[in-house]
Design a protein around this ligand. Structure first.
Ligand code: HEC
Ligand code: HEC
Ligand code: HEC
Length: 451
């Protein structure tokens, strides 16, 4: 680049526009996400402190501040560099960052990178928290959840930290105009590129899980209300230890709003302020976005895990029938499919696969009779238990069997019910294909063990 060449630079006002857009974009995206990340990190650090007494409690505050602000200068420089790069192409004007002498450019880059690199472990920890929160809705099957969550929280940062380090360096170099960087001879750069390929996968997994978490929280109002009001009686990150359904959160927040307590610690305020209705709704929306999942996502985690493709062939069903089908799978993990989770699934299925008149090939009277049969007989075991043996049984054997079962029931059958049950049972087990269509999930898939 020679000194004498005239530069077709941007008009002066264009710099103003680019810098304002940069500031706006930084506030709107990286900064807002950092705020969410910071809360998640805070929850993790306080949790470590409370359960394991691993570190002084104030560290959580420093960690939160670091995650919130460390990347701001980096984001400003990166976004400005990207806009200059893009607009230089469009207007074929010269990129003023390219005019910065290489030495100065290096110092600038190092100055904005240093805080990001210093906080990279904290970012990685917060991202692992996002990963763990997302994973929770998939793997909460019985007790397996706790070791899995701990695994993610402890080993996540080991993979994610190098990802953040290499990604932040490479991204800045890529955005920076070529003239300012001499990368051909850089051994470090080549090593970083190589390393990135190796660590890219776990890092991208974290980013992907992070983006679903962030997308949910990003649009939720109430972060200020949550930060300022939910800490009046306990650490504000305490609610973030829990993952609940939206209905469960509503009950919790209602309980909180009804408390009439003095502060539980020596805080700056003398009295706990009551929540206004708006504050209550805002805090609820925020904590729900942070720590619960939509009906659709709940359906995907709970049902699509087995029904990847075949759900597209499902018949429409009555809402009660969806509740029964979901209830049957809940025999395997009553907590994973607890009532509030089942409500979410049924709500989703009612919106997507609903027909309030469906009878699945039976006539209406017969369908309702079969449903009464299930209500009476499937509370202790699957309806089709030993059905193969009873398919060709005599009327007397069926009567005797139902009589034996009746002895176990708390409410005895009326004569009409008894006759009806024998008839319905005989019909229902007669054809296994028809049975499966009307009572999906009745039988364990492999013997009597959980699927
Ligand atoms: C007026 C004091 C007060 C305020 C304000 C408050 N909490 Fe609580 N919170 C408590 C007390 C007391 C407990 C422990 C007893 C209990 O669980 O009800 C608690 C416990 C909790 C728990 C754990 C128990 C559970 O149900 O899972 C969660 C979660 C929680 N609070 C969330 C929140 C949220 C979210 C906010 C802000 C909307 C909030 N709290 C604001 C007093 C308060
Ligand atoms: C209160 C719990 C309970 C209810 C309700 C119940 N059962 Fe049972 N059922 C059992 C138990 C326990 C066994 C296993 C013990 C055994 O083999 O006798 C069993 C076994 C069976 C068997 C296979 C063994 C046998 O006895 O032939 C069939 C078939 C059966 N039940 C059908 C039904 C039908 C039909 C109904 C509805 C009328 C029903 N059950 C309601 C508890 C119940
Ligand atoms: C552990 C694996 C598993 C999970 C989880 C599961 N299902 Fe199933 N589902 C099956 C199997 C296997 C069948 C076919 C055999 C049967 O009916 O038991 C089936 C059958 C069905 C059918 C009938 C299929 C048809 O073509 O009409 C429906 C509807 C259904 N499931 C809905 C659900 C819903 C809703 C959920 C979530 C609450 C769910 N399933 C969760 C394994 C699963």
């Amino acid at each position: 680049m020679s000194e004498s060449e005239p530069k077709r630079g941007f008009p002066r006002w264009a710099h103003g526009v680019i810098l304002s857009v940069t500031a706006a974009l930084t506030l709107l995206f990286p900064y807002r996400f950092s705020r969410i990340l910071a809360l998640d990190l805070e929850a993790y650090l306080y949790n470590q402190y409370q359960f394991y007494l691993l570190m002084p409690q104030e560290w959580a505050d420093w960690g939160r501040l670091a995650v919130r602000y460390a990347a701001v200068p980096y984001a400003l420089l990166l976004i400005a560099a990207l806009i200059y790069k893009a607009s230089a192409r469009v207007w074929s004007a010269e990129n003023p960052l390219a005019a910065i002498p290489r030495r100065t450019a290096r110092w600038m880059g190092a100055a904005v990178l240093a805080p990001v690199l210093a906080a990279s472990w904290l970012y990685a920890q917060a991202l692992s928290m996002w990963l763990a929160v997302e994973a929770f809705w998939w793997i909460e099957w019985y007790a397996a959840i706790y070791p899995t969550m701990e695994q993610i929280l402890y080993s996540g940062p080991i993979f994610v930290t190098p990802g953040i380090v290499t990604f932040s360096i490479l991204f800045l170099l890529w955005a920076w105009p070529r003239a300012a960087v001499d990368e051909r001879h850089s051994f470090v750069l080549r090593a970083l590129r190589g390393a990135f390929v190796v660590i890219a996968l776990p890092f991208l997994a974290a980013v992907l899980a992070g983006s679903t978490h962030a997308a949910r929280v990003y649009t939720a109002p109430g972060i200020d209300t949550f930060e300022n009001r939910c800490e009046q009686c306990h650490a504000r990150s305490q609610p973030l230890y829990y993952i609940k359904t939206p209905a469960e959160w509503r009950r919790t927040v209602d309980r909180m709003a009804n408390y009439n307590l003095p502060p539980l610690y020596e805080g700056p305020e003398d009295a706990v302020l009551p929540f206004t209705q708006t504050e209550k709704e805002e805090a609820l929306l925020f904590v729900t976005a942070m720590r619960s999942f939509s009906d659709r996502w709940t359906f995907i985690t709970r049902c699509v895990r087995c029904h990847t493709v075949d759900r597209f062939g499902w018949e429409n069903r009555r809402p009660e029938d969806w509740a029964r089908i979901t209830g049957r799978i809940a025999r395997w993990s009553p907590y994973y499919y607890r009532p509030d989770v089942r409500d979410q699934i049924v709500h989703h299925l009612t919106a997507t696969y609903s027909d309030s008149e469906a009878t699945h090939g039976l006539d209406r009277e017969q369908y309702e009779r079969w449903m009464r049969l299930e209500a009476r007989c499937a509370s202790c075991h699957s309806l089709s238990l030993e059905a193969d043996r009873y398919r060709k049984a005599s009327a007397k054997e069926l009567d005797d069997m139902v009589a034996r079962m009746e002895e176990r029931m708390t409410t005895p059958l009326t004569d009409r019910e008894r006759t009806e049950i024998v008839q319905s049972y005989k019909e229902a087990i007669a054809d296994p294909d028809v049975f499966d269509r009307v009572f999906p999930h009745d039988r364990p898939t492999e013997g009597e063990t959980a699927p």
